[in-house]
Design a protein around this ligand. Sequence first.
Ligand SMILES: NC(=O)c1ccc[n+]([C@@H]2O[C@H](COP(=O)([O-])OP(=O)(O)OC[C@H]3O[C@@H](n4cnc5c(N)ncnc54)[C@H](OP(=O)(O)O)[C@@H]3O)[C@@H](O)[C@H]2O)c1
Length: 325
Amino acid sequence: MDVEFTRAQRPLVCVLGGTGFVGHHLVNHLTEHGYRVRIPSRRPQRHRELGVLPHVELLEADVHDPQTLSRLVRGCDAAVNLVAILNEERPGDFQRVHVELPRKLVQACQDAGVQRLLHMSALNADPRGDLSRYLTSKGEGEALVHGVQDLEVTSFRPSIIFGLGDHFFNRFAALLRLSPFVLPLACPRSRLAPVYVDDVVGAMIHALEDRRTIGQRYDLCGPHAYTLQQLVEFTAQTIGVKRLVIPLGDGLSRLQARILQHLPGKLFTYDNYRSLQVDGVCRQGFPEIFGIDPQPIEAIVPVYLANQTLRARYDQFRALARHEY
Ligand SMILES: NC(=O)c1ccc[n+]([C@@H]2O[C@H](COP(=O)([O-])OP(=O)(O)OC[C@H]3O[C@@H](n4cnc5c(N)ncnc54)[C@H](OP(=O)(O)O)[C@@H]3O)[C@@H](O)[C@H]2O)c1
């Protein structure tokens, strides 16, 4: 968008989950593209770097409270939902976060007269699927928002997303550094097509400005597919550590999931194992409508993973310990 906006003219977008990995990138791109952004967070004090950005309003808020949600979206030109969890702390969390929250958000949008909603789903999300609760609940949330009349919804269904601050390569980098000599890897043959975060948020911003995307659901993948084992070996090579990545068979993969899910941090759960039983690859290339030539991991990951400062490595370990990956 090459129009110069004054503050009052800038369209306002409320980004739920704007403090997360994708959220940081999306918020930066939105402000660069002439938007104002409102970000509710449970712990805004952890994300002061966002609060100081021009045209960004960072608020402490409970997005699960319907009245709070209505106040948050009031006056906005669009809402974006990026809130999700990979694992449940308590039974029912997937339902609450992936299904009930979207239900409350569409209601809040309708009450406040907000017509445009971008919803972040996930590749292979399917309300009728019988793999993982993560994918089923994400599918339920996606189906729900597209079933609402008078709301202009676009959904995004990415494979694993990579980029500065990602959960995938940073997590494996930390695990590889912590592993003494070997890393036993569950589901080594699962295939994934990692997609660059800037390509994902580029598609989202394009969608805000292109009405042809309304009602559509877009699978988003990077240009190449890899096995999980190849991706972990690529990570080891990129950070310059020599570890033997030992591929576990199916029985041992299940066993690893069943043990690790009971340990603090839930590094790998049985639900994660179930998610990996379906390949995270797209049937088609990056949707042409966005005019984006998606970046491969080889062009981007070394830029933020190789030659990391000690501070960056410390942050990586801290995120692992805080269960943020
Ligand atoms: N990262 C990937 O590889 C990937 C792949 C496919 C799809 N996706 C989808 O992309 C979206 C963003 O992912 P991400 O990696 O950016 O996630 P993330 O870094 O974990 O961020 C999630 C955000 O949601 C908020 N949040 C988490 N749990 C919440 C809860 N119980 N109640 C309210 N807010 C909560 C957090 O905000 P506060 O802590 O500030 O409140 C955080 O900003 C998600 O929908 C995810 O399913 C991600």
